[in-house]
Design a protein around this ligand. Structure first.
Ligand code: CA
Length: 226
């Protein structure tokens, strides 16, 4: 899952980036409103954490612009403690949640998970596909009763595949959801990671789940038994 953090306070931004990365999210950070808005328009994020008071363009204006363009990405606003209730009500319709500063990371993480859960088709913290299970909280991946040890990047890729079963995922889509904006898309890194993942998830199982769609990308599906 890829999250955009738009926050001008470097300390807060770094704290969010570090904490979310430790929770296996892929994180892009923008330190001003204009950069944040252009990233939000160019990329397909799974969630945006949007500060209200920002240089360049404030968070409420960004929220309104995204919603007017029918960009329905879940958004959690980071608000000042003394923000008046009327104003909160005003933009509540457009955002999914708001959290007053200062907040603890645990509190923020709980809100992030709740919003993502509401937006996911399963509505649960556990994703299932065939005999594969992925726990979004403990980050455990189990196949056929056996735990599979994955690196952070392999886990992100697995999660993205499991959120989109039976759907062809292009390399561009995978890049957008699993790698941050420093990613060099001219490399074959995606194929390399898919192969790492296959070696861990499919090797030794008669039923292969990760399949190549030649010239396009990859698909998670129950294929023919070999
Ligand atoms: Ca701010």
């Amino acid at each position: 899952m890829k999250i955009l953090v738009v926050e001008d306070e470097q300390k807060v931004a770094n704290f969010l980036q570090k904490g979310l990365k430790e929770e296996q999210f892929v994180v892009d950070v923008a330190y001003d409103g204009l950069e944040g808005e252009s990233l939000a328009l160019e990329n397909e994020y799974d969630l945006i954490l949007l500060d209200v008071m920002l240089p360049g363009k404030d968070g409420v204006a960004i929220l309104e612009n995204l919603r007017s363009r029918k960009i329905e990405v879940p958004i959690i606003m980071l608000t000042a403690k003394d923000m008046v209730v009327d104003k909160l009500k005003g933009f509540e319709a457009g955002c999914d949640d708001y959290i007053p500063k200062p907040f603890s990371f645990e509190e923020l993480l709980a809100r992030v998970r709740a919003v993502l859960r509401r937006h996911s088709s399963s509505g649960s913290n556990v994703l299932n596909f065939a005999d594969l299970t992925l726990d979004l909280i403990s980050h455990k991946v189990i196949r056929g009763g056996k735990e599979i040890e994955l690196t952070a990047k392999e886990y992100s890729l697995m999660e993205y595949l499991m959120r989109n079963p039976n759907r062809v995922l292009t390399r561009t889509m995978i890049t957008q959801h699993v790698w941050d904006y420093n990613f060099d898309s001219f490399t074959n890194v995606i194929d390399v990671y898919v192969n790492y993942l296959r070696n861990k998830v499919d090797r030794g199982f008669p039923q292969k789940l990760i399949h190549t769609v030649r010239g396009v990308g990859y698909i998670l599906k129950e294929g023919d038994k070999k």
